[in-house]
Ligand binder design. Structure first.
Ligand code: CMP
Length: 692
C-alpha cells in the first residue's frame, strides 16, 4: 500500500515522530508497511523491527530540489516511495533515473566515502524514507546485501562485493570492486581511495596502478585524468559547492599521478603524454592558490621527471650485445662488471640472424623493434629474394625445436632460449631448418678448474650477479609476459635475461658434471655444487638455489649412481633436504612456507612467480559481461607485490676474502652450458653406461 499511494496521513505522522515517541502499536503499523518494500526484502524480520523505530519519513514539494551533492559527506540512506530522482555526476550529467521502490545513498555509507553523485528530485511532491548513518551502521552495515551494482544508462558500470574481513587484515573497506568499466573503476578509485581516506592497507589503488595497462592504455588513462583535472574550464557558472568539489578532485588527480609514478617509475616517464600532463598540472598549481597543498607532490613529480630525463640523456640509447652464448652485455657503458642498467625499449641490441644454410648477418636494432622489421632487414642482408609474406622469423633451439615469432612481437633477441638462435627462413621450409653445430657443444667460457675457486666466493658473486639482474626487472614485465608482450608492444628484456640466467645456471651444473671424465673429479664437483646451493640459500638467493638443485636433479646427473655413492652421506642428506624444498607438490608448498618466513632482500624462485601469474590469467576471464574482472587484476597484483617485497631492501653482503685464489667473479659471468637434454644424457651414458 505504501508504494502505490504513499503512506497515508496517520502513517506519515507516525514516521515523522522521533523514535522514543512511537508507541508499540505504531511500531507494528510501520513494521507491516516495511514488509512491502523491495529495497528491504533481503532483510530479516528482526532487522525490520529495529528499522521500524528509527526509519524517518521525508517529503519534498519542489522538482529540482537537490537532496545532496556529489562530494558531500554521506549522512543517510534513502528509499524512494513516490516520485523519481536523477543521479547526476560531474562531467557526465544524468546517468540514471530512480523510481519508487529504488534506494540510493548507500555507497558513501559503506565506503566511508563522499557522495558519488548528486541526487536531484525530478518531480514535485516526492516521498522518501530515510535511515541515518548511525542507525545504518548499527543495524544494516553488517547485514547488507553481498553485491552492490551501480548502473549508468541502464547498464552495469560497477559491481562491488562485500568482503569478509580476514584475520590480521584490517581493511577499512568492506566492499571491494569486483568488476566495472575502466572509467568507472577509475572514478570510484579517485573518489574513495585518494584525498583524506587513503589507507595503506587497502590494495585497491595499488592493484589499479599495477594492472591498469591491461584494461586501459596509458593514453586513455592520462586523457581521463586530464578531463577530471580540467573539468572547470568550460563551466562558468559554478556554485561554491561545485567549486569545492572541483578543487578537491584536482588534488586527487595530482595525488594519483604522484602514486602512479612511484609504482610505474620509468615506464610512466617514458610516455610523452605523462610528462606533458605533469607540466600542465604544475602550471595550474603554480597559478592557483587553492591547490597549494599539492605543491610538494607536484615538486616531487617534476624532480623525478627531470632526473629521469637527464639520466636518459646521459645514457641515451645504450648499446647491448648478445654474445653467441651468455647474457646480453652492455657495450660502451663504463661499468660492465657490476650494477647493471635497465634495458630500455629504445636501447640498441646487436645480434645475429642466420638463414637455413647457416650463413648469418649481424643486426643492430632498438629492443622494441618488431619481428616483422627484423625479418625484412635480415632477409635483405642475407639476400633471400622473397617477399616478406613468404618469410618467417623463427627461433631454433639447440634440440631442434622451432618457435615462430608473430610479426608484431618485440624484444626478440633477449627472449631466445639459452643456446637458441634466430633464423629467417621461407615459411614452408621451417621444418627443414637445423640447429648450428655450435648450439650443441659446450660453448665458450673460462677454462679454469672450478676446484681452485672458493665455493663461498662463487655463491657470493652468483648472488650479486643475480641481484643486479633481478633489480632491473619491472613488475610490469610479469604482466607483459603473461598476457603476451605483443599485446602491449612492450619489451620484457630484463625479465627475459633474468629467466635465461636461471637456465644458464641450471645447465651449467649439468654440463660441468657430465663433462668431467674422472670419477674423483665428479665426486668433487657434486660436493662443491651441494655446498654452493647451501651458500646461495644462506644468501637468500632462492632463484640460484633452485637452479643448482634442479641441475643436480637432472636425469643426466641423478643417474650417475656410482658417483653419488662416493659422496659422504652428510652431503647426500643435505641434498635430500634441498630436494624436499624444491618439491613442486601441493603447489610448491615447502618452498612457499620457507620463503614466507624470510625477510627481504631476497631473490625469489622466479619461474614460480610466473606460474602464479599464468594460473591467475588462465583461470580467470579478463572481462565479465563487458566489465573488467577486477578480481583477476587483484590476484595478479598480489604476485607483482611479492616481487616488490623481495626488493624492498637492497642487498648488502660481506665481500668474500680477498686472498682467495682465481677469479670467481669473471668465471660466473661467463658460464658454459649445454642446454640440449639429449646431448647431456648421452654424455652421462658415456661416463657410466647403463648396465644391461
Ligand atoms: P552515494 O555515493 O552514497 O550517493 C549517490 C548515490 O547515487 C550512490 O550512493 C548510489 O546509491 C546512487 N547511484 C546510482 N547510480 C549510480 C552511479 N552510476 N554512480 C554513482 N552512484 C550511483
Amino acid at each position: 500500500a505504501l508504494l502505490q499511494r504513499g503512506p497515508d496521513a496517520t502513517l506519515r505522522m507516525i514516521l515523522r515522530k522521533p523514535s522514543h515517541e512511537r508507541t508499540p502499536e505504531e511500531l507494528e503499523l510501520i513494521f507491516e508497511e516495511l514488509l512491502h518494500i523491495t529495497a528491504l526484502s533481503h532483510l530479516s524480520t528482526s532487522i525490520k523491527r529495529e528499522l521500524s523505530s528509527i526509519i524517518v519519513f521525508e517529503s519534498h514539494a519542489q522538482a529540482g530540489t537537490i537532496l545532496f551533492n556529489q562530494g558531500d559527506e554521506g549522512r543517510s540512506w534513502y528509499i524512494l516511495l513516490k516520485g523519481s530522482v536523477d543521479v547526476v555526476i560531474h562531467g557526465k550529467g544524468t546517468v540514471a533515473t530512480l523510481k519508487n521502490g529504488d534506494d540510493f545513498g548507500k555507497l558513501a555509507l559503506i565506503n566511508d566515502a563522499p557522495r558519488a553523485a548528486t541526487i536531484v528530485l525530478k518531480e514535485n511532491n516526492c516521498h522518501l524514507l530515510r535511515v541515518d548513518k548511525e542507525h545504518f551502521n548499527r543495524i544494516l552495515r553488517d547485514v547488507e546485501a553481498n553485491t552492490l551494482r551501480l548502473q549508468e544508462h541502464g547498464k552495469d558500470v560497477l559491481v562491488l562485493e562485500r568482503v569478509a574481513k580476514q584475520r590480521g587484515q584490517h581493511s577499512a573497506f568492506k566492499y571491494t570492486v569486483m568488476s566495472g568499466t575502466p572509467s568507472k573503476i577509475l572514478e570510484h578509485l579517485l573518489e574513495t581511495r585518494l584525498g583524506n581516506q587513503v589507507s595503506s592497507l587497502d590494495p585497491f589503488l595499488d592493484d589499479f596502478l599495477l594492472t591498469n595497462m591491461v584494461f586501459m592504455p596509458v593514453i586513455q588513462l592520462v586523457d581521463e585524468l586530464a578531463n577530471y583535472f580540467h573539468c572547470d574550464v568550460n563551466d562558468a557558472a559554478q556554485t561554491p559547492e561545485d567549486r569545492e568539489y572541483i578543487i578537491n578532485f584536482k588534488k586527487r588527480v595530482i595525488q594519483f599521478m604522484h602514486k602512479w609514478v612511484l609504482v610505474a617509475r620509468h615506464t610512466a616517464l617514458d610516455e610523452p603524454c605523462v610528462c606533458d600532463f605533469i607540466e600542465e598540472m604544475a602550471l595550474e598549481v603554480e597559478a592557483n592558490p587553492e591547490l597549494s597543498e599539492e605543491t610538494s607532490n607536484i615538486h616531487n613529480l617534476l624532480t623525478q621527471k627531470a632526473r629521469y630525463q637527464e639520466d636518459r640523456k646521459q645514457n641515451s640509447a645504450q648499446k647491448w650485445k648478445l654474445p653467441p652464448n651468455g647474457q646480453p652485455v652492455c657495450l660502451f657503458s663504463g661499468n660492465t662488471t657490476s650494477s647493471r642498467n635497465t634495458m630500455h625499449p629504445d636501447d640498441d641490441i646487436i645480434f645475429r640472424v642466420y638463414c637455413a644454410d647457416h650463413t648469418y648477418c649481424t643486426l643492430r636494432f632498438p629492443l622494441h623493434t618488431t619481428a616483422e622489421i627484423i625479418k625484412a632487414c635480415a632477409a635483405e642482408k642475407l639476400q633471400l629474394n622473397r617477399g616478406a609474406e613468404d618469410l618467417v622469423l623463427v627461433e631454433v633451439k639447440s634440440n631442434g625445436e622451432r618457435a615462430v615469432f608473430k610479426d608484431n612481437d618485440v624484444s626478440i633477441p633477449t627472449g631466445l632460449s639459452l643456446n637458441g638462435r634466430l633464423f629467417v627462413t621461407v615459411k614452408d621450409h621451417v621444418d627443414a631448418v637445423t640447429p648450428l653445430p655450435e648450439q650443441e657443444g659446450p660453448t665458450e667460457g673460462i677454462d679454469i678448474d672450478l676446484e681452485i675457486l672458493s665455493t663461498k666466493d662463487l655463491a657470493f658473486y652468483i648472488t650479486i650477479y643475480d641481484w643486479d639482474l633481478f633489480w632491473v626487472v619491472h613488475e610490469y614485465e610479469l604482466l607483459y609476459r603473461t598476457f603476451g608482450r605483443h599485446h602491449f608492444g612492450k619489451i620484457t628484456a630484463n625479465l627475459d635475461v633474468f629467466l635465461r640466467r636461471f637456465n644458464e645456471l641450471q645447465y651449467w651444473i649439468v654440463t660441468d658434471i657430465v663433462s668431467a671424465s674422472s670419477m674423483s673429479k665428479r665426486v668433487g664437483l657434486l660436493r662443491k655444487f651441494i655446498k654452493l646451493a647451501a651458500y646461495c640459500k644462506e644468501y637468500n638467493n632462492l632463484n640460484a638455489f633452485f637452479a643448482i638443485v634442479m641441475g643436480l636433479s637432472n636425469m643426466a646427473v641423478s643417474r650417475l649412481t656410482q658417483t653419488w655413492d662416493k659422496i659422504p652421506s652428510k652431503f647426500r642428506k643435505l641434498f635430500q633436504e634441498f630436494e624436499a624444498l624444491i618439491d613442486p607438490s601441493r603447489n610448491h608448498r615447502a618452498y612457499r612456507v620457507y620463503v614466507g618466513k624470510l625477510q627481504p632482500p631476497l631473490i625469489p624462485f622466479m619461474p614460480l612467480l610466473l606460474k602464479d601469474m599464468t594460473f591467475a590469467h588462465e583461470g580467470n576471464k579478463t572481462s565479465l559481461d563487458g566489465l573488467v574482472n577486477f578480481e583477476k587484476m587483484h590476484m595478479m597484483a598480489q604476485t607483482m607485490r611479492t616481487m616488490r617485497y623481495c626488493r624492498s631492501r637492497t642487498i648488502s653482503l660481506d665481500p668474500p676474502s680477498p686472498k682467495s685464489e682465481g677469479d670467481a667473479r669473471s668465471y660466473i659471468c661467463c658460464l658454459r652450458s649445454i642446454d640440449n637434454q639429449r646431448v647431456l644424457t648421452a654424455m652421462s651414458q658415456k661416463l657410466e653406461p647403463t648396465r644391461k
